[in-house]
Design a protein around this ligand. Sequence first.
Ligand SMILES: [Fe+2]
Ligand SMILES: [Fe+2]
Length: 279
Amino acid sequence: MIQLDRRKFIASLGGAAAVSLMTHEARADALEHYLEDRLYAQAEGDIAGGSGAAKFPTAEEVHAAIPSRHYRRGVGGLFVATQPGTNVDFLPEMPAKPTLPDFFANRFMRTSNHCLQSANKAMERGVQEEIVLACLLHDTVQELMKTDHGYWGAQMYAPYVPEITSWAIRYHQALRFFPDEAAGYHYPDLYHRMYGMDYVPPPHIQAAKAFAEKHEWYFAAREVTVSDLYAFDDTAKVSLDPFMDLIGRHFKQPAEGLGYDNSESAHMWRSMINPDAPL
Ligand SMILES: [Fe+2]
Ligand SMILES: [Fe+2]
């Protein structure tokens, strides 16, 4: 069992003031990452190592850690409390006809800060609105399912957004693993930690990358990776407000509410409205 050094953990997040600005979920995720770092540091015999000192694991070590968890890493954020000894909690009620902002407020608690920061960056970079929208939505499906999230996300949003937006969400998943220095995308350290330093993406991801880079919309999926953020920004205060007009212009809100419009992905929205349904 890894002992948590509270002082070191808080320092690794930028100090107590920075931690006080983080949401409960962001703190929980930070703790999970910190403990994973420590786990890998211990596995490598580097007991003194904190975030800074920890070396990256190999892909084999990442695989070997599977039975050390009480959950699988691909599970959606709404469905599991990942910290040992903690339980899931009641979720806020959703309105009868839920909108995208309702999901941001009441269901996207683990992903909204990250996605809003990405969308802010894309807006600052002056990219077209359909791609800002892709950045805003790109990881939100991780509340439902993390594994293969680009594909799940594209499918969930396809009935409601421009085609280029769902295309960019779909292919950002593959392009994350391939640097494009000219576009300003470098391979993130986070993936060395999450997948292992010698990780090789599987054939379907290599094929998706080869397909995407020849496509006329490559720039759109690549922008999602360029505007993605792989580190905590402790000072970021984010809001959906700057994106409400853009959502109004490009997101087709169904009159019946998301989940109840009988679209091909309505069940995915319903699953997030009520993740406590046993079947
Ligand atoms: Fe992503
Ligand atoms: Fe992301």
